[in-house]
Ligand binder design. Sequence first.
Ligand code: HEM
Length: 504
Amino acid sequence: MSGYKIVAVALFGAAIWLIRLLVRERSPKLDFPVMGSASDSEFSQAYPDTPFIIPANPQLVILPMSMYMESKTHPAADVSAERNERFMGHWTRAGVQNSEIYSAIRQDLSKNLNIVLPLIQDETKYAFKELNIQSEWTSVNINSAMLRMIALISGRVFVGSPLSRSEEWLDASINYTRALSKVQDDYLGLGPVLSNIAAPFLGSVWRARGYMTKAQTWMRPLVAEILAAEKTMDGPSKAGVTGCFISWLLKYIPDNHKTATRVGEDQMIVSFAAIHTTSNAAAMAILDLASRPQYIGELREEVETVVAEEGEQHEDGNVYLGKAAFAKMKKLDSFIKESQRFNSLAFVTPAYKLLSNAIFSNGIKLSKGTRITFPHHGLAMSTTNKSFSLENNVEAGNAGPDVFDGFRYSRLRELPGLESKHQAASTGLDNLMFGHGPHACPGRFFAIYEVKNLLVELLLNYDFRLACTGNDHGQEAIRPANIAHKISNMPNPGAVLEVRARRS
Ligand code: HEM
């Protein structure tokens, strides 16, 4: 074949490939009402009983809660395809389904939390010490502080110290997610077809891959050491021992993939799921507390009583709390849950993508490619939601859903039959902070312990208040407003807390 024929055949092939991509990626046509515009969060309180479209980029369909459970188990609905595509997972690995991650978190981390708790507490103390708070008021940017603290605490459990405290690890575990956020912007800007072509040349993709490569390199000595130790030990490392989380991951990885490359990938994927989510939740809770100082006294009293009853002094001289102690802190648990309800980190649940046309049992038909989601914030703020409805809360004396009521859940738990319900880590069709059903967040128990430990340390050892000129003049400080952007809602990045060593 002559040269020009080869070029022509190649161009023809490329054109066919492009057309196929265009056809495959075209947004599905949907016959539902549209709410709001692509740039606002007007839909955020909506709680529909029929589907509607949010013209976000990419377009999302909010389904009624009656379709929730069916959609989570529907064979066409894929939990990771959407994430994988938006974050260019082929290149960045975000959204890949490495099953060992779910198994290690569900089967090992969550079941060994009593043993992991001292690590969380020790690292929480270390993270506070880093702030170097003395007897005078010190200004602390709450978002940055929480991000670093949660990265330190999570890292202590996921990779162990000294690596977890190294600046390089902290940078990678925090900024892999930030790089992915830029990848997402690039994907949304370029569209699916062009981003597929451009991915290998995008700076954002290379940044994310750079963090991944570093994590894989750092895992080499740890994985080698753990695999060698496991040969002489009877199975994986014990809970609480440095490297136990790596050892738990390795347990579920097939023998021919037990490599630092795979474990490093898992570590970055876990950081992506765990760090910004938990640090935002912690920042929201602290801002809620600092702006409602009337809760501080009662929460301190609860924490101090539990520490006196359940605290155990360890060899290092510090007092540690176990699961039984945290189970007694019902007001603290309630306050955290209420803060999460009031400040949804995303107004809708994570989107699932339909990989084929689907007909649901109520007759609703959705075409292949549709991204479906549920009204997380709308549900949280609805009077018809069972947990918050006036009807269900009269006996407990709780306020309606539009009021921040820090102890609404602890009051509900005083009612007969509800003692173990409405906990911060519980999921249900009445609260979707962590999702619900087969894909509910497996890290939620760990996340809630991290937030509780931060609050316990803050309440026990520090005075704190919102920074604002009003403080010095006896006025109440106003909580800096959350930043709502389309489907997401973040704590205000400029929010500053003033903190000093506790005086009273
Ligand atoms: C306050 C902090 C957190 C929030 C608000 C949160 C929220 C969520 C939500 C809403 C989902 C999706 C559920 C669904 O698809 O229906 C999820 C999934 C997930 N989360 Fe979390 N999460 C948090 C912390 C964590 C932590 C600390 C870890 C790890 C230890 C973690 C690991 C995961 C994983 C692996 C998934 C995917 C589960 C699956 O697809 O089956 N998360 N999370």
